[in-house]
Ligand binder design. Structure first.
Ligand code: 3PY
Ligand code: MG
Length: 251
C-alpha cells in the first residue's frame, strides 16, 4: 500500500501529525481516527517500549493515519524491528552528523541502497504482498535536528542521499541554543534556527518537519512552509482538555 504522506508531499500539502506517548493500543486507535495524516509512536520519551509499540502500530493500521515511529536512538536493530512491525516512517532523534544520518537511512533501506535486514513480518500485512518491491520508496526517514552538532552539521545532514527530511525537536534545539526547553518559537534564537533549518532542508530538496507543542505553534509552522507539523502528544492533549473541563465546571 502506498504511503499517503508521500502523496501529500508530492502535492505540496502539509501533513498534520499526531503523536503517541501513552503506551496503549486504544489510545493509538483513537488518535488514528482523529483525522491526522500520520500518527507517530514515540519510543524515545515516555513509557512506550517495543512490546507496546506493536499493538499500537496494529491499531493505527486500522485507521487512515500513516503509522510512523520515533525510535529511542539511532539503533539499527530497533529501527528494523519497528519497520518490520509496519511503521511507514522512522523519526530518529539526536542526529549529529552526516554519518549519523547515513546510518539511519541505511537501516531503513534494503540492499543495495542500504543494509536493512529482510523479514517484514507485519510489513507484509500492512504494506501488502509487494512490500519488498516498494519498501525503499515507501518508508520515510526523518533525521531530527535538535543538538548543537546537528545544527553545526545541518547542511551536510541535509545533503545525505536517501534521507527524506529533517525534523525539528524544538525543546532539545532550545537547549542546544542555550535557552529554556519550553520552546519560544517566535523569539530568537529559536526563531532564527527554525528559519535556517527550513531553508537548508528545502535548499537541499528535502522535507522539513517539526514537533509543535500547541495548535498555535503548528498553525504558524504550517504557514511558514514546514511540510509536516505535529500538533502535540496525546498525553498533553488529554491533560489540557481535562484541565480546561475541570476549570470550566468549577466556575
Ligand atoms: C524536542 O522538542 O526535543 C523533541 O524531541 C520533540 O519530541
Ligand atoms: Mg528532543
Amino acid at each position: 500500500r502506498p504511503n499517503k504522506l508521500k502523496q501529500l508531499f508530492a502535492a505540496k500539502q502539509t501533513a498534520i501529525g499526531g503523536w503517541c506517548a501513552i503506551p496503549d493500543s486504544y489510545a493509538a486507535e483513537v488518535m488514528g481516527h482523529c483525522g491526522y495524516d500520520t500518527v507517530v509512536v514515540d519510543l524515545q520519551h515516555g513509557p512506550i517500549y517495543l512490546d507496546a509499540a506493536l499493538p499500537m502500530l496494529q491499531a493505527l493500521s486500522s485507521t487512515d493515519a500513516t503509522p510512523m515511529a520515533r525510535c529511542s536512538a539511532n539503533n539499527f536493530f530497533e529501527i528494523n524491528k519497528l519497520l518490520d512491525a509496519g511503521a511507514y516512517g522512522i523519526v530518529c532523534p539526536m542526529i549529529d552528523s552526516a554519518d549519523d544520518a547515513r546510518a539511519l537511512v541505511s537501516a531503513c533501506r534494503y540492499p543495495p541502497a542500504g543494509t536493512r535486514s529482510f523479514g517484514p513480518t507485519r510489513g507484509f500485512l500492512y504494506g501488502g504482498a509487494d512490500y519488498f518491491a516498494h519498501a525503499n520508496d515507501t518508508i520515510l526517514a526523518w533525521a531530527m535536528i535538535e543538538t548543537p552538532r546537528g545544527l553545526e552539521n545541518l547542511d551536510a545532514i541535509c545533503a545525505v542521499e536517501g534521507l527524506d527530511g529533517v525534523f525539528v525537536g524544538p525543546s532539545d534545539l532550545s537547549l542546544a541554543l542555550g535557552v529554556s526547553p519550553a520552546p519560544e518559537w517566535r523569539k530568537p534564537p529559536l526563531s532564527d534556527a527554525l528559519a535556517r533549518i527550513l531553508a537548508a532542508a528545502h535548499g537541499a530538496g528535502k522535507l522539513a518537519g517539526i514537533f509543535c507543542v500547541s495548535v498555535e505553534f503548528a498553525v504558524e509552522m504550517k504557514a511558514a512552509g514546514f511540510d509536516f507539523v505535529v500538533h502535540a502528544n496525546d498525553a498533553s492533549i488529554l491533560r489540557e482538555a481535562a484541565q480546561r473541563g475541570v476549570k470550566a465546571i468549577r466556575g
